[in-house]
Design a protein. Sequence first.
Length: 255
Amino acid sequence: MKIFAVKTKAMLPPKDDLFSLIKESFLAGKIKLKEESIIVITSKIVAIGQGRCIKINLNLTKDEQRKEKDKLIKQEAEFFIDRKYVPHQLVTLTIKNNILIPSAGIDESNANGYYILWPQKPFLEAKKIWQFLRKEFKVKKLGVIISDSHTTPLRSGISGIALSYYGFYPLRNYVGKKDLFGRTLKMTRTNIPDILADAAVFEMGEGTECTPIAVVEDIRDIKFGFDSTKSDPMKINKKEDIYYPLIKNAPWKRK
């Protein structure tokens, strides 16, 4: 498998043209998309393309800004735990799009004085990007992932996660197959979008790299052609998740 990041110009909040950015960057880098590639795009530039940006009021005090941000977080989240329950009150914990994420994914880094929200309808947006890339670069078998960085409970640092994907089936199923010593596997499924998002986020970086797109090539055993806007096999009912005992008694509130 090969992964390489694509250099772009800066996407400028509150709104910029995502599709022009993709086309210009691929042409400038003389990138020719191969069949059966998967393109990973950070949620931030997708959100800027949608105009999902809120100007930070710099006339407010830091405490007032935090209150304004918390209000915005609670509006964006499906469920939230107030920051008063979080060690050092660092963040508001949230669930959004069935993902456990701090601050409903709202980010201030590389945002030029704006709060950048998560994209609206991320699966549909991944499909639009997929349609654009197939038409523009004359490829048939292609996948798209919209990614973000996130924290992992009980682990330091950030890694990548897929907010959405399109154009390929997301799970590699080992259930019913034998392991190395003949034991039948009962639960194992490989989560392809998150694994690829994680590797791509590492390649793209988090600082001044200005590489918010990555191309993944030569991936084995990918089933292309899946429409994730109709169903998402990765989604799990909260009450059926093995980690549900850790979250069921937390002080969640609905927005």
